[in-house]
Design a protein around this ligand. Sequence first.
Ligand code: SF4
Ligand code: SF4
Length: 135
Amino acid sequence: MSKKRIVLTFPGRLVDQPITYHLIKDHNLMVNILRANVTPKEEGRLVIEIGGNKKDMESGMNYLNEIGVHVQPLTQEVGWHKDRCTQCTACISICPSGAFVVNRKDMSVSFRKEKCIACELCIPICPYRAVEVNF
Ligand code: SF4
Ligand code: SF4
């Protein structure tokens, strides 16, 4: 089974539609909602982890495309500005996914983009605005 983390952006007309239900039931996919930002009649965004075999993944993506849901990889949403980072390590303990890690030998901080779930917990913590989440 392959898995990926994606951001679904959907128009207000689809906000009350059971999109994840259809992905699971009709397309045999595993869906784990990591984050939801939904307001009635306005554009909605979901961050999900989705998994399944290649054929089911294709059919699920086709379904999303057909109903007008925009799909993009989660990694496009998060950016770390290394040049602004002072290696203060404040984000290490707050990050729930292990996206920020510190090398204990030299206390250098690094960002593993593929681990980030765009929870934004590090945004108010970082004193130098080194992380941006466009969500
Ligand atoms: S947004 Fe920040 S705190 Fe949340 S997972 Fe990504 S790096 Fe970690
Ligand atoms: S909180 Fe900001 S400045 Fe401090 S280590 Fe994390 S990203 Fe770098």
